[in-house]
Design a protein around this ligand. Structure first.
Ligand code: ADP
Length: 159
């Protein structure tokens, strides 16, 4: 049986940290779906469509990776698409408590679902979409944070 995994997140915007997890997860799962969350509680910098298309631009050459958006419960979306594995990245212990709780809650909802954690490459352990937005909003250098093709698009949001 093929193992279909989902890597869910806001990806607002996608960073080198996310890309590292995507690349590594695509070597573990047979099929990897990047699930872009349409979170109504958050007011994202990039629209859902923009976030999806940015990740598609970055993953076009990865044959077992697809990009989809979802809202509502992750476990329900996973049932719709036939995925059983959730991939999450862990940067620091501060991520751990929340991630543990969500992983356990999802497993209680549906016992077929397992979460696997990939530990961040140390060179990206400080990196988050929030840091990117913080720096970009003050005109700071974000070349070490996001793929070059997104830099202007991010700055434009603050003009
Ligand atoms: P959310 O909106 O759920 O916080 P994000 O888009 O910020 O989602 O992140 C999605 C996933 O990517 C999370 O599992 C997060 O821990 C992971 N992640 C984010 N940045 C990094 C990074 N620099 N290194 C490794 N994992 C990361």
């Amino acid at each position: 049986m093929t193992k279909k995994a989902i890597y869910p997140g806001s990806f607002d915007p996608v960073t080198f940290g996310h890309m590292d997890i995507i690349t590594r997860a695509s070597c573990i799962a047979d099929e990897l779906v990047i699930g872009v969350l349409n979170n109504r509680a958050k007011n994202p910098l990039f629209s859902l469509e923009e976030r999806v298309s940015m990740i598609k631009e970055m993953t076009g050459d990865m044959p077992n990776v697809t990009v989809a958006s979802f809202d509502g419960l992750l476990v329900e979306f996973m049932n719709e698409i036939g995925a059983t594995l959730i991939v999450r990245g862990l940067r620091a212990v501060t991520d751990f408590e929340y991630e543990l709780q969500i992983a356990q809650a999802n497993h209680v909802q549906d016992s077929k679902i397992e979460t696997i954690f990939l530990t961040t490459d140390p060179k990206y352990s400080y990196l988050s979409s929030t840091i990117v937005k913080e720096f970009a909003s003050y005109g700071g250098n974000i070349a070490n944070f996001v793929p070059e093709c997104f830099i202007d698009r991010i700055y434009k949001k603050y003009q």
